[in-house]
Design a protein around this ligand. Structure first.
Ligand SMILES: *Cc1c(COP(=O)(O)O)cnc(C)c1O
Length: 224
């Protein structure tokens, strides 16, 4: 079923947009099956789980860290992670900078924004993002590359609200692009959309959609 699910979704994601298969909590056998169906971008939300899967799976996989990241866990993914979507503080970015330097590499990052009406979702607002981007600490960094923005919409069947939240994230992207990254072609990613709303996200300009349960089946949260 994984291959079938993947191919059906992949057919709706057109370049330059890309599909991230969110494989958190799923066993490596299922990731291997997706890999064999051609999938190369995988998303995980726990650093240690991602490190363990990276160790046993093919090395041409692009690993995307999409969940809230504690600074003391950055070191586990710094050697290989393709992109960290969940940068929500200067402090976290400073840790990524330090760990990336130790590994002699540059780590691609997205700034996570709080776009949902729910209180529980992590993320910056526009003022906090500007303060981060204006800071001397950020400007001195040589081992992180901010490539765009990430957000999660409210978990609701009110798809008009979801659409407005995605449009808001696109608007934030455009404003940051104009103010800070006008000549920087690396700043081009809008990571938004999950299983139940990725089609709306694509319509609103997503370049990375993060789809899990629609590919791998529902997660059993009692195992978390
Ligand atoms: C789990 C998760 C997803 C995927 O969720 P599904 O509803 O299974 O598609 C996407 N983004 C983030 C940040 C997640 O934690």
């Amino acid at each position: 079923m994984i291959k079938e699910n993947l191919l059906k979704i992949a057919a709706t994601v057109h370049a330059p947009a890309r599909l991230i298969a969110v494989s958190k909590t799923k066993p490596v056998e299922m990731l291997q099956e997706a890999y064999e169906a051609g999938q190369r971008l995988f998303g995980e939300n726990h650093a240690l789980e991602m490190r363990d899967k990276h160790e046993v799976l093919p090395k041409d996989i692009e690993w995307h860290l999409i969940g809230h990241l504690q600074t003391n866990k950055v070191k586990y993914v710094a050697p290989f992670v393709a992109m960290i979507h969940s940068v929500d503080s200067l402090h976290l970015l400073e840790t990524i900078e330090k760990e990336a330097a130790k590994n002699n590499r540059v780590i691609d990052c997205l700034l996570q924004f709080h776009i949902a009406t729910e209180e529980t979702k992590f993320g910056l607002d526009k003022e906090e993002a500007c303060a981060l981007l204006d800071s001397e600490e950020y400007r001195a960094m040589k081992h992180v590359r901010i490539c765009g923005v990430m957000g999660m919409a409210t978990n609701t069947y009110d798809y008009d609200l979801v659409r407005r939240e995605f449009a808001n994230l696109r608007d934030i992207f455009n404003k940051l692009k104009e103010r800070y990254f006008a000549d920087n072609e690396n700043f081009r990613e809008i990571s938004m959309g999950m299983s139940h709303d990725y089609k709306i996200a694509l319509e609103e300009g997503a370049t990375l959609v993060r789809v899990g349960s629609l590919i791998f089946g529902a997660r059993n949260y009692s195992n978390l």
